[in-house]
Design a protein around this ligand. Structure first.
Ligand code: ZN
Length: 344
């Protein structure tokens, strides 16, 4: 089955200067996909700009105008982590548009799966606040778009970025149609994502947090996937799976303290793809969130595409983490989560 790559050079024009979230990230990915001749095996998908109406599926009108105004005034800092340049608004509406376009390509059957390689990232952005390098919440907008346009009843968002996707969680906290599952380092930015946060109202039980201690590697992540994410997703029985794909849990990434390898990402993606194949006719889309070590990011995004294309061999040029931390025991945590969410 075909795998789609959503990309536009406009994403490079969100100029953050010396910031860790900069255009070199996407340049490194695209150049590695070209160098390894993987790009030509993908279906290239051009995004358009998301309309105000589409962005409004998640964000308040006043907030959208504010972001537009800041760009028009030449950019500036929105909070201590999040900066804009004159072209950032345009890049951000194309980033949301890229995730929307990925959902259309997957739902319309143009491709089996798609990966929107976009920036700025999105999962920290709330309805009226930019934070954590994020302006508009691309995955949340694409989710709402897909729910509305295709009249879906159940979708699952899996967010494996090392940070908790507080904006995505908040967007769907009371929504019974969206099961939001996040693995993230804890305690860590942004501070949300405890196991007790499980949703509210009609959405009670449809937020599932897996806050992991620093030092987790492939083995711990696979344990979380196999013992929590797989049974929870099977039970929810989604019609579409969306992934907030952050690669800042790689051991070489300097923003966090996890020890996942490129091969570990491949195994996680293989599990997610298995779920999509079994439950959703393969319909699966990824949207890029974090990942700040350029090599680890490029290798791991390529490994993600390799799995989506059904390849058995995954290259992991960086290999496993050198021993930095004793591996944490997460079994009691996993048992507590299974208890809270009544997973057998
Ligand atoms: Zn992150």
């Amino acid at each position: 089955m075909k795998a789609g790559l959503v990309y536009d050079p406009i994403y490079l024009k969100h100029d953050t200067g010396q910031h860790v979230e900069n255009a070199k990230r996407l340049e490194a990915i695209i150049s590695y996909l070209e160098q390894t001749q993987l790009k030509q095996q993908l279906t290239l998908i051009k995004p358009g700009a998301a309309s105000i109406e589409e962005i409004s599926l998640v964000h308040h009108g006043r907030y959208i105008s504010h972001i537009q105004d800041v760009a028009q005034r030449g950019g500036g800092w929105l909070d201590v982590d999040t900066v804009m340049s004159p072209d950032s608004y345009q890049a951000a509406i194309y980033a949301a548009g890229g995730a929307i376009r990925a959902s259309e390509a997957v739902m319309g059957g143009e491709v089996g799966s798609a990966f929107a390689l976009v920036r700025p990232p999105g999962h920290h952005a709330t309805s009226q606040q930019a934070m954590g390098f994020c302006l508009f919440n691309n995955i949340a907008i694409a989710t709402k778009y897909a729910l509305t346009k295709y009249k879906l009843e159940r979708v699952v968002i899996i967010d494996f970025d090392v940070h908790h996707g507080n904006g995505t969680q908040a967007t769907f906290y009371d929504n019974p149609q969206v099961l939001y599952i996040s693995t993230h380092e804890s305690p860590f930015y942004p501070g949300t994502g405890s196991i007790e946060e499980t949703g509210s109202g009609a959405g009670k039980g449809t937020t599932l947090n897996i806050p992991l201690p620093a030092g987790c590697g492939d083995e711990e992540y696979l344990q979380a996937f196999q013992q929590v994410i797989v049974p929870a997703t099977l039970r929810f029985n989604p019609q579409l799976i969306l992934v907030s794909a952050g690669y800042d849990l790689h051991w070489a990434d300097e923003l966090a303290l996890m020890q996942v390898s490129t091969n570990g990402f491949a195994q996680m993606v293989r599990i997610i793809k298995g779920l999509a194949d079994e439950l959703c006719g393969g319909r699966l889309l990824f949207s890029l969130e974090g990942g700040y070590n350029l090599q680890a990011l490029a290798y791991s995004v390529k490994a993600t595409f390799d799995v989506l294309l059904g390849k058995a061999n995954i290259e992991d040029p960086l290999g496993q983490s050198p021993p930095r931390f004793p591996p944490p025991t997460i079994t009691p945590l996993i048992e507590a989560i299974k208890e809270i969410h009544k997973l057998a």
